[in-house]
Design a protein around this ligand. Structure first.
Ligand code: ZN
Ligand code: ZN
Length: 141
């Protein structure tokens, strides 16, 4: 499965690429650092540089999606179909949200400035449940 998707994206199948894709599938919304740490469990001796390079190649080949939450490092995921994100501004927790309409783009700008729009990515900023609870009870004294 992993090898097939890598080949289908037009990339050569290598052990580090398979490892990175496997990590992404099991750990959506991982930063490059987190991917690197997990890849090392599968494949010792890989370098941070190699992992960064693979993530960049995957992103441009459409195998992975890069997502940049404000104030947090870029996150990567193997779910590339149109979907949105809920981001906790406090702890950085990320949740996927499906498109309401089901086909891209699921929302249209008030002025497209002549652009042909084929996708939209929305980030909903808020507070996750644990952070809300913490805000209600206040900091421990
Ligand atoms: Zn939170
Ligand atoms: Zn996502």
């Amino acid at each position: 499965m992993l090898r097939q998707s890598i080949r289908a994206a037009g990339l050569k199948v290598t052990a580090p690429r398979v490892a990175v894709l496997e990590v992404l599938q099991h750990n959506p919304h991982s930063s490059a650092e987190q991917v690197f740490t997990k890849v090392q469990d599968i494949l010792s001796g890989s370098s941070t540089q190699a992992v960064y390079g693979i993530l960049a190649a995957f992103t441009s080949a459409g195998l992975a999606r890069r997502f940049d939450p404000a104030g947090h490092p870029a996150l990567f995921e193997s779910r590339v179909e149109d979907h949105h994100h809920l981001v906790c501004v406090c702890c950085g927790a990320v949740q996927d949200v499906d498109c309401v309409i089901g086909e891209a783009p699921c929302l249209t700008p008030s002025d497209s400035s002549g652009f042909a729009i084929f996708g939209a990515e929305v980030t909903f900023n808020g507070l996750c449940r644990p952070c809300q609870n913490q805000a209600e009870t206040g900091p421990a004294e």
